[in-house]
Ligand binder design. Structure first.
Ligand code: AMP
Length: 195
């Protein structure tokens, strides 16, 4: 059982790395952003509710987000472990995740903090806007998402650092180089790929 959490500002490369690491460690990558986008595309009640917040670059309310993750983490493919990408993002979400993991007898092993400077983030997001056409990658909404990240999510790093869980990884460089850096910190913590 291995519990990994990826945290970092919009554009740091969390989604890309989450997918690669999930394959490598044979655990599901659980991306709340992806799950919300799928629900928006399918026009489910959750999607209809989430869409406005997402388009404005705001966080979907904790109650909805926590319920979604609790449900996802209860599925059978999580038996080997999980990799959370983009959750938790608020202190309330940290609390709810703690409660859920305690109840299910699991825990987080490491919080990988992906870093990148602001200029790099802006240019990556501009590229992504062209390639993927995400409705929340406009310059105005990007700025809003960065601000909300700084205000609500960056403080979570201190919370996890106080539990000695944070491994800081430079997110700058080629995708496979960044993956190798992450593997290195995971190995250093005794998390092997065949765990
Ligand atoms: P992401 O793909 O992780 O950048 O997420 C895209 C959008 O989905 C965010 O800007 C939020 O509107 C919403 N979202 C994703 N994860 C969360 C979360 N943990 N809490 C609240 N909103 C979220």
């Amino acid at each position: 059982m291995i519990g990994i959490l990826l945290i970092g500002p919009p554009g740091a490369g969390k989604g890309t790395q989450a997918a690669l690491l999930a394959t490598r460690y044979s655990i599901p990558a659980i991306s709340t952003g992806d799950i919300f986008r799928k629900n928006v595309a399918d026009e489910t009640p959750l999607g209809v509710e989430a869409k406005g917040y997402m388009d404005r670059g705001e966080y979907v309310p904790d109650s909805l987000t926590n319920a979604l993750v609790k449900d996802r983490l209860s599925q059978s493919d999580v038996l080997n472990g999980f990799l959370l990408d983009g959750y938790p993002r608020t202190l309330d979400q940290v609390e709810k995740l703690d409660e859920f993991l305690a109840q299910s007898g699991t825990k987080l092993d490491v919080v990988v903090q992906l870093t990148a400077d602001r200029e790099e983030l802006v240019s990556r997001l501009a590229n992504r806007a062209e390639q993927q056409g995400r409705t929340d990658d406009t310059p105005e909404v990007i700025r809003k998402r960065q601000t909300i990240y700084e205000q609500q999510t960056a403080p979570l790093i201190d919370v996890y650092a106080s539990r000695s869980l944070v491994a800081k990884v430079d997110g700058l460089g080629e995708v496979n180089v960044v993956t190798a850096r992450i593997s290195e910190v995971l190995n250093a913590r005794g998390l092997s790929e065949d765990a």
